[in-house]
Design a protein around this ligand. Structure first.
Ligand code: FMN
Length: 193
């Protein structure tokens, strides 16, 4: 079946994060984001795409800081409360009853109960007619100790980080499952003997 080109998210699962920011007057904001990706392993930068009318984008522009919180699937109701278009003067931590978690290197708090936290600083904004690409540098990355395996990897099975797949009428929320194949990074390189 051929789909309209704009339905890319109907065939491509995306992560769901909650981006926390504060306004220049100190109002806390949290918003779900699917259009976010690390820029090439093992660099420190990430990029997110934002419609131009977003309190999150305004706050990042004003303060240069944000936290990318990775919510567990159990936080989906809070995620959808934060998705509502509250005016900028509303504290979305209060609306969604989120518990702030003090950050170490940036002013915006993280969200308690997340699977992981990325404290970020704005590097560059690429502004297009309808949207902006925000390039940020992850200055501090922490994973919740509850979800770290003995090998030091993240335990995705226990953590259930929230993901999304779009449908014609709405969003289906999901999380990753182990497909049963582990690949060493070295498998990508052809060895010549
Ligand atoms: C699962 C999900 C993912 C979303 N991803 C994005 C996104 O990548 N970029 C964007 O601009 N808006 C995205 N939105 C919409 C914003 O979260 C929503 O408009 C929110 O109210 C923005 O809040 P703010 O104005 O406080 O920043 C998403 C919404 C949901 C529910």
């Amino acid at each position: 079946m051929q789909l309209s080109p704009h339905k890319r998210e109907n065939v491509l699962p995306l992560p769901v994060v909650l981006i926390s920011t504060i306004s220049k007057t100190g109002i806390r904001n949290a918003a779900p984001w699917g259009n976010i990706t690390p820029i090439l392993r093992p660099l420190d930068e990430i990029v997110l795409a934002s419609w131009l009318r977003r309190d999150t984008l305004d706050n990042i522009r004003e303060t240069g800081e944000f936290v990318v919180n990775v919510p567990p699937a159990t936080m989906v109701e809070e995620v959808m409360i934060c998705a509502r278009n509250y005016p900028p003067e509303v504290d979305e931590f209060e609306e969604a009853r989120l518990t702030p978690r003090p950050s170490t290197t940036v002013a915006p708090p993280g969200i308690e109960g997340s699977v992981a936290w990325m404290e970020c600083r704005l590097v560059e904004e690429i502004t297009r007619e309808k949207y902006a690409l925000v390039v940020g540098s992850v200055v501090r990355l922490e994973v919740n100790d509850r979800y770290v395996t003995a090998e030091g990897d993240m335990d995705f099975g226990a953590a259930r980080p929230l993901c999304m797949v779009c449908g014609n009428d709405g969003i289906r929320f999901t999380y990753p499952v182990d497909a049963g194949r582990f690949a060493l990074y070295s498998e990508m390189f052809i060895r010549r003997s």
